[in-house]
Design a protein around this ligand. Structure first.
Ligand code: HEM
Length: 430
């Protein structure tokens, strides 16, 4: 019963409203409902930009303008999750009643992604020291070792799926070391992460929601057991430290602890896998760019940022107006939903010259918004960049003649963008 109500509130109502709005020509509703946009959303972003810097739809407002996206993400007038206090009382009561602590996903409070200060500051402070640029640089030898081990395991093979054999294994191994997850659990964590990934999309069918919900529950159960294991046998990992914090002011309760650890773990591999897959695909498609970087290894950082710009693993995020506010001379009332297309902002010609061109030497590639901005700027950005740089370089050093094979398939999610499978030939010229 509670599951059905949660689906109805989070997805069912939106599905119905979107179906009606799409028929009336609403841009965002059509985007949501037409699966062709998942393969190539970029013409849609251009269409949005051609209609204005902020486009008001029947359901939500949307923007693909770099300047507006940056402003909304950094503004204190917009919050990352809906504010229950401004909901009509019966809806608020229903939302609270139907919430199930065993089925909390990445966009349910108290996930850091959707809460605001002071809780947001408290959660973020507890985990951020491990992810500073300096701390992350210290992980370089570990990441190189993981990448080389995975590549050793590929020895003797020729045709492989690069996602399953490398792109997803590297980030899951790295974030697992940080959170003390033992190697025998990696497979399970990956499986559940993939099944739960559509939880970021809005408007799921009841059937899709049930699959996601079951995966989130299994993940939460597994995480509870993992946390108990670390409570009794702590290691020198971040999660063991969080479990051991006894200080009353900083301490996280069990629900907060699971939400924070679960988000860091899932965000740690569900996104970076797409960065690695998309970078390999772009480089194989643009061999002139691959040759440049094979001659000059200092360009690997550029490959990573240009991939993030062209094919951001997180294509969009949303914000809710916290109070009456203006933007671009327009008024927005509390509760207004603004969908910010990060993938669209990254191709805004006002900021990026020839935005459709993949150019690993692009001077301002690093200005992309793929890691969002403001308070919720990606906690793992430095780690993702380093994994991208180390992982790609190690792969192409080992297999310089790598070639794309037939049958690549994209992931079927809207917010997350990447490859589900990426068949390659490792030693194409031998
Ligand atoms: C290429 C890889 C990655 C991309 C593209 C990415 C993207 C993002 C984006 C767009 C957000 C903010 C969403 C919003 O503003 O609504 C975010 C937040 C976050 N990311 Fe990442 N991420 C990546 C890798 C990672 C990694 C490796 C970690 C592991 C630590 C991580 C942990 C987080 C966390 C904990 C947040 C929530 C931060 C907050 O709300 O304050 N991410 N990420």
């Amino acid at each position: 019963m509670k599951t059905t109500i949660r689906w109805a509130m989070q997805h069912g109502v939106v599905r119905m409203a979107a179906a009606r709005a799409a028929k009336q020509g609403d841009l965002q509703a059509q985007f949501m409902r037409d699966s062709r946009h998942r393969a190539d959303p970029f013409p849609f972003y251009e269409q949005v930009r051609s209609r204005g810097r902020v486009v008001r739809g029947r359901l939500v407002c949307v923007t693909a303008s770099y300047e507006v996206v940056s402003e909304v993400l950094r503004s204190d007038d917009w919050r990352a999750g809906p504010d229950e206090d401004v909901m009509p009382a019966p809806i608020r009561r229903l939302a609270r009643w139907s919430r199930d602590p065993r089925a909390l996903g990445p966009v349910d409070p108290p996930s850091m992604l959707v809460v605001e200060p002071p809780d947001h500051t408290r959660y973020r402070k507890l985990v951020s020291k491990v992810f500073t640029a300096r701390a992350v640089e210290g992980l370089r030898p570990q990441i190189e070792a993981v990448a080389n081990q995975l590549l050793d395991d590929l020895a003797g093979q020729d045709e492989v799926d690069l996602v399953a054999s490398y792109a997803e294994r590297l980030p899951v191994a790295v974030i697992s070391q940080i959170l003390g997850v033992p190697p025998q659990d990696h497979e399970r964590v990956l499986r559940l992460g993939h099944l739960a990934a559509p939880s970021l999309d809005v408007g799921l069918s009841y059937r899709e929601f049930r699959v996601v919900d079951a995966a989130v529950r299994e993940f939460q159960d597994w995480l509870g057991t993992h946390i108990e294991r670390l409570r009794h046998h702590p290691g020198d990992d971040l999660l063991s430290q969080l479990v051991q914090i006894e200080d009353g002011g900083e301490r996280l309760d069990q629900v907060e602890l699971k939400a924070t650890a679960g988000l860091v773990l899932a965000a740690g591999f569900e996104t970076t896998v797409n960065l690695l897959g998309s970078a390999v695909s772009l480089l194989l498609e643009h061999r002139d760019q691959l040759e440049l970087v094979q001659k000059d290894a200092t360009l690997w950082a550029g490959v990573v940022d240009e991939t993030l710009r062209m094919e951001g693993p997180v294509q969009m995020t949303g914000r809710f107006a916290l109070r009456d506010t203006t933007l671009e001379g327009q008024h927005f009332s509390p509760g207004t939903v603004m969908v910010t297309y990060l993938g669209g902002a990254n191709r805004d010609p006002q900021v990026f010259e020839n935005p459709e061109v993949f150019d690993v030497r692009r001077p301002n590639a690093r200005d992309h918004l793929s890691f969002s901005g403001g308070r919720h700027f990606c906690l793992g950005a430095a780690l993702a960049r380093l994994e991208g740089e180390v992982g790609l370089r190690a792969l192409f050093d080992r297999f310089p003649d790598l070639e794309a094979g037939p049958g690549a398939q994209r992931r079927n999610t809207r917010v997350l963008r990447g490859w589900q499978t990426l068949p390659v030939r490792l030693n194409a010229r031998r």
